[in-house]
Design a protein. Sequence first.
Length: 364
Amino acid sequence: MRLPPARNLETTEGTFPDARRFTISLREEQIVFCNVTSAAFSRCWIRNLDGPHAVAFGKDLKTDKILKSGGRIGGLSGLAPDSSQHLSDAVGMFNWLVPAEDSIKVEDFLSSAISQGKLSEKLDNHLLSSLVEASTVVNKARLLSVSSPHAPFWLSMPPCERQGLHLEPSQFQVAVKWWLGLDTSGDAQCALCPEKSLNPLGHHATTCKRGGDVVYRHNRLRDIVAKSCRGAHLTDILIPHWCMGKPAALDLSVTSPLNPLTLLEAGVTAGAAAKATEERKLKANTSKCADLGWVCVPVVAESYGAWGLTARYFFSKLGSRLATSLGKSKSVVTHELYGRMSMNLVRANATVILSRSVPPPELQ
């Protein structure tokens, strides 16, 4: 980035030389960042330069207090330390960063009605909306899927190799690149089907049916569900007495939000790909299961970890039974279940991406 020319910054505290000003346009507002190489101030920023409510903020390096001034760009003479304004200044800056409907009041802090977690959630949601709005339809589908409930649980799971809750260094590197939407293909051809190219976001690799990797991924997730069912004293994937005395036949599958057939919907609504697969499974299997006296329960995950509505209902009900059986709280066992599913799903996806980047020995 090319630096703008240095200039003097005039305040009531004196003239601070070598202040560099950066102007950024954000919607209908401008922000000016002044990096001040002085012992008194580290930086100040001004918003709404052309409006009546321009505000300059700075920080005193010695006292670590927030400095504030009202007025236009020429009105920086009001900068002075004022610790009593610290909270109101912070609230004002937060409200400037988020939409009007997410704004807060100083009274919310004084009454302890809001937590840091809630503030972070508001900022994160606004950042996600901005990213989605500025993205292509493919990246919109990815962003909505990775930000869905339970999808990022693999990032917070304590690693445990004994329980299969770990990633090898190469798997972790690929998983992070794939999760962030970075190129995982290297402009290569698929090692198992050379007529296909590996697209940058890994869609082909995570859906390629050659080599049996997607079958292994399916079976691994199925086994985790089956083990959880046994822990809840439910015999098998065919679960007896699940709904109105009828057994449930689980139909687990993994789909991709980048599938061209559902891409447009997935770029608008989170979980659209999983929902479409659920509907297809129900349409194909409901009558067959009814003939056998079963209830069809499609348990569908998107490759990035978003789960369908029916799957979330199933895991909620399974979590209740596990909590009773294990003597733990429902929230704990449900979080552990989603975490195991998420970690194994991501590890399987990283493995298939790696296996298609390097040709197997028989094809070399």
